[in-house]
Design a protein around this ligand. Structure first.
Ligand SMILES: C[S@@+](CC[C@H](N)C(=O)[O-])C[C@H]1O[C@@H](n2cnc3c(N)ncnc32)[C@H](O)[C@@H]1O
Length: 235
């Protein structure tokens, strides 16, 4: 491997670890855990319910990151667990994941188990969306409502009870944030993944605060071994 690539990779990992040590983010995580439990008392049940959800997806996730999506791109098992937990407690009628892949699988598994629920899966990459369709097919799940981002925008989509924003590279993520949040109905929830990235977090939280959205750090619930974590937004 060339030395510059090694140096870049060490630098990225070092910066990620340093960002993970941020005392301000640790404080925000602790405070928001209490705020979340005050707002939705069922968050108290996360520690008791999460292990069974994780167990359900452990083998599938390991297979997925080995054969389909790279672990850096695929949603973490922690995020998948949180999504299932949110679905169980919110019982959403219509859910959407922006940034298709393992999350499309998890949400469709939940919808299948619950019945009568709609899942939309969207990607800015048509190629990646096709991969997701193939994976869903292989797992015996339907690929209804799988669209590219451009198709979704042209379709005048309905309002969603739960939105995951995990689409594209970080510049795309930031640029499409207002539209992603706008897909949720008033009172719906939006999960923003990858707010461990300081530049994205700063821009996203600034925009949410300017617009007056209430939001909570999900670091205590979703931090994974790559130090990634998510934010919850009330639309
Ligand atoms: C963070 S990923 C989305 C992950 C997705 N929610 C999941 O659970 O697998 C963001 C974008 O990267 C692309 N992508 C997903 N997996 C990828 C992979 N293994 N390699 C390259 N690009 C990927 C997709 O276009 C997606 O919109």
């Amino acid at each position: 491997m060339d030395l510059r690539r090694v140096a870049r990779s060490v630098d990225v990992r070092l910066r990620r670890r340093l960002a993970d040590l941020s005392p301000a983010e640790a404080r925000r995580g602790r405070a928001d855990r209490e705020r979340l439990r005050a707002r939705w008392p069922w968050f108290d049940r996360f520690e008791a319910e999460a292990p069974a959800i994780e167990d359900r997806f452990l083998a599938d996730h390991a297979w997925y990151v080995r054969h389909v999506g790279h672990p850096v791109h695929a949603a973490s098992l922690e995020l998948a667990t949180l999504l299932w937990f949110l679905c169980d407690h919110l019982d959403p009628e219509r859910v959407i994941d922006l940034g298709s892949g393992f999350t499309s699988y998890v949400l469709r598994r939940w919808a299948d188990a619950r019945g009568g629920r709609e899942v939309w899966s969207v990607d800015d990459s048509a190629e990646w969306l096709d991969k997701t369709r193939g994976y869903l097919f292989d797992r015996g799940l339907d690929d209804a409502h799988t669209l590219t981002w451009d198709e979704l925008r042209a379709a005048e989509p309905p309002a969603f009870d739960l939105v995951l924003h995990d689409m594209g590279m970080m510049d795309v993520r930031e640029r499409t944030l207002p539209e992603a949040v706008g897909l949720a109905r008033p009172g719906g929830l939006v999960v923003l993944d990858d707010v461990h990235k300081p530049a994205y977090r700063a821009a996203a939280l600034r925009w949410l605060d300017e617009k007056g959205y209430e939001h909570w750090s999900l670091k205590p619930y979703t931090r994974d071994r790559l130090t990634r974590y998510a934010e919850l937004v009330l639309a």
